[in-house]
Design a binder for this molecule. Structure first.
Ligand code: ZN
Length: 305
């Protein structure tokens, strides 16, 4: 009975908010997934992102306000490949939302449509650092994967809200066309940076590098999730000199101290790239991410000096 009352009042609220229609409530774990959901869901979805743009999505506190959002969700879209392993199970467990039981249509793992990179071979244990055993989870930094995920989300929200399935399909077609045009433009511009070697902080740019044709020569983190010691930093300075590495790529949420020190000692350019939608004010939509990243990479130039 209580549940019934809950549904009625939630619907009454959104009737007021949307002037007649009940929007599908979608919670996403990240701002990237929220942007893709908005792109295909338009006015018929109400989207809430748990991790904010400025945050490192590996580490998010399971706050009660997030649990309330997950509790009210019709659909929860998550990145998967263990990106959210430290906090999402706590939110789902705390939310006690029956729409989100394993295997139900209310739960969507966006990684199911992407080709994974860096799947570790052999046994994975904690001595290797904070490693992602199912493969690298940062796949949305390849814009082609964003298109695949947008299609997955459009299909699922169409299934949950069949009244607007045609709207979602039309928005998807538009999004796919926009992205195809923009991807072509970015790829043209990236020819100027082909084969450039970068040093990165974390394994954030694996998919980006594969798409953009750049090489990640090494990582500031000694192992994933583990900060560098002085010996590792010294060996990076040597490597940067011998291999002509001319830029260091940090994600906007990475600590900057070690990257700054390395840039000073090597003369390399320090790039603080947006790794998520809403990382910076001018990165409001999914495509903005690549506008900004491609522009920053263009400042580095091509090949080794
Ligand atoms: Zn990671």
């Amino acid at each position: 009975m209580r549940k019934f009352v809950g549904i009625v009042s939630a619907c009454a609220l959104c009737l007021l908010a949307t002037g007649g229609e009940c929007a599908l409530r979608v919670v996403t774990t990240t701002t990237d997934l929220a942007a893709l959901t908005r792109a295909v869901g338009g006015e018929f979805v109400d989207v809430y992102a748990v991790a904010k743009g400025a945050q490192d999505p590996h580490y998010v506190a399971a706050k009660p306000s997030y649990i309330r959002q997950v509790n009210r969700a019709d659909l929860l879209v998550y990145n998967g490949l263990e990106l959210e392993v430290a906090w999402l199970p706590l939110l789902i467990e705390g939310a006690r939302n029956r729409a989100l039981t394993p295997g139900s249509a209310g739960l969507l793992d966006a990684s199911e449509v992407v080709e994974r990179l860096e799947i570790p071979r052999g046994d994975v244990d904690r001595s290797q650092g904070d490693i992602h055993p199912e493969g690298n989870p940062h796949y949305l930094l390849d814009p082609r994967n964003g298109v695949l995920v947008a299609r997955l989300i459009a299909d699922r929200i169409g299934q949950l809200d069949p009244d607007h399935a045609a709207d979602y399909a039309a928005a998807l077609t538009q999004f796919e066309a926009d992205m195809a045009r923009q991807i072509e433009g970015w790829e043209l511009r990236l020819r100027a940076t082909e084969d450039t070697s970068l040093l990165a902080f974390h394994r954030t740019w694996t998919y980006l590098a594969a798409w953009a044709g750049i090489r990640i020569a090494n990582y500031i983190e000694e192992k994933p999730g583990i900060p560098p010691g002085p010996r590792h930093l010294a060996s990076l300075v040597d490597q940067m000199a011998t291999e002509g590495i001319r830029a260091i790529a940090l994600a906007h949420y990475n600590p900057t101290r070690s990257g700054k020190a390395l840039a000073e000692r090597s003369g390399a350019r320090l790039l603080v790239l947006p790794a998520a939608v809403e990382a910076f004010d001018d990165v409001a939509e999914y495509a903005d991410l690549f506008d900004r990243i491609v522009s920053d990479l263009e400042t580095v130039g091509r090949g080794t000096p």
